[in-house]
Design a protein around this ligand. Structure first.
Ligand code: ZN
Length: 303
């Protein structure tokens, strides 16, 4: 008789938590297969793939911290070889991401965050659907990572102390990343700029603990996230909430492609066509939807 030990993998998940005895809350995010699924649709050079991985992780961290549900989008736009990074997270755990880049100019710059993206900005959008106001926040890209730029945004624009520790393996597949974020509860009262200097209770101690987290602990999928959080914060107490599982899921589809084409004029449709065929390609998942010019014309007529 032989015994098989089942190794459970604790991956592709967001674990929300609250630190007791302080008004601090957090998220632990781990992504593995989900990132493989996102990245395998494209042939990104390693530096670009690493940026997409980080953007996708941040979208999970920040999107899941919002009070309201909707589609949370993180976008980085710059004048460097990687001109655009987009990651979308929806509250039901769907994640998608992509990058636009120029391969030629990519080979001429060092693999450093500021050189890859260049000068630009990072934006956060929450789209709650028709009838709701869109939330958008923007910050200049600075610091030495996307993570640092995001942290900066929360302190400067939202006046909320935020610390994110991000871990990633050097490459993949298989890809593996993890992030732990600690954030002070957003303040409800109006505050002045001078209040930014007010450090939330327990902040320094908890951040010091957060920085004892090792890459191995953060990314070891055999180690349950609850154990990771308990090891870090057990002294002051930590309460975990329901886990949100994450998977790669795109929102594109035939209906959306048809919607986009219906807005084209006859001349535009002709211009975009090749051999009587108009193609709509989803940048996120690389799915391609093909229509004949006659079908496009019918879409234009239909209402
Ligand atoms: Zn798609």
């Amino acid at each position: 008789m032989f015994e098989e030990t089942m190794q459970l993998s604790h991956n592709d998940m967001i674990v929300p938590f609250q630190l007791e005895q302080s008004a601090l809350r957090g998220r632990l995010v781990r992504l593995g297969t989900t990132l493989d699924d996102i990245l395998c649709k494209h042939q990104y050079p390693p530096p670009v793939a690493r940026l997409v991985a980080e953007a996708a992780t941040l979208a999970c961290v920040l999107g899941s911290m919002l009070k309201e549900d909707g589609i949370f989008s993180l976008q980085a736009k710059g004048d460097g070889p990687v001109s655009l990074l987009v990651a979308d997270y929806t509250a039901d755990g769907a994640l998608r991401a992509y990058a636009s880049f120029n391969n030629e100019s990519l080979s001429t710059v060092p693999d450093r965050f500021c050189e890859l993206l260049g000068t630009g900005y990072l934006s956060f959008t929450l789209d709650r659907g028709a009838g709701f106001e869109r939330y958008q926040g923007i910050v200049e890209i600075d610091g030495d990572s996307l993570t640092k730029s995001a942290q900066h945004y929360f302190l400067q624009s939202e006046q909320v102390h935020t610390e994110i520790k991000y871990f990633a393996t050097a490459g993949g597949p298989p890809w593996q990343v993890a992030a732990v974020c600690i954030q002070a509860m957003p303040r409800t009262e109006d505050i002045g700029d001078h209040d930014l200097d007010r450090i939330p209770d327990g902040w320094d101690e908890m951040i010091a603990l957060l920085h004892t987290l090792t890459p191995l602990e953060a990314m070891d999928t055999a180690l349950h996230p609850h154990d990771v959080l308990f090891r870090l914060f057990h002294e002051g107490g930590v309460r975990v909430h329901d886990t949100q599982h994450i998977q790669h899921r795109c929102r594109c589809g035939l209906a959306r492609a048809e919607q986009a084409l219906a807005t084209l004029s006859e001349a535009e449709a002709l211009e975009f066509s090749d051999d009587n065929i108009v193609e709509v390609k989803c940048e996120f998942c690389n799915s391609t939807y093909r229509f004949t010019l006659a079908e496009v014309a019918a879409l234009r007529g239909a209402d």
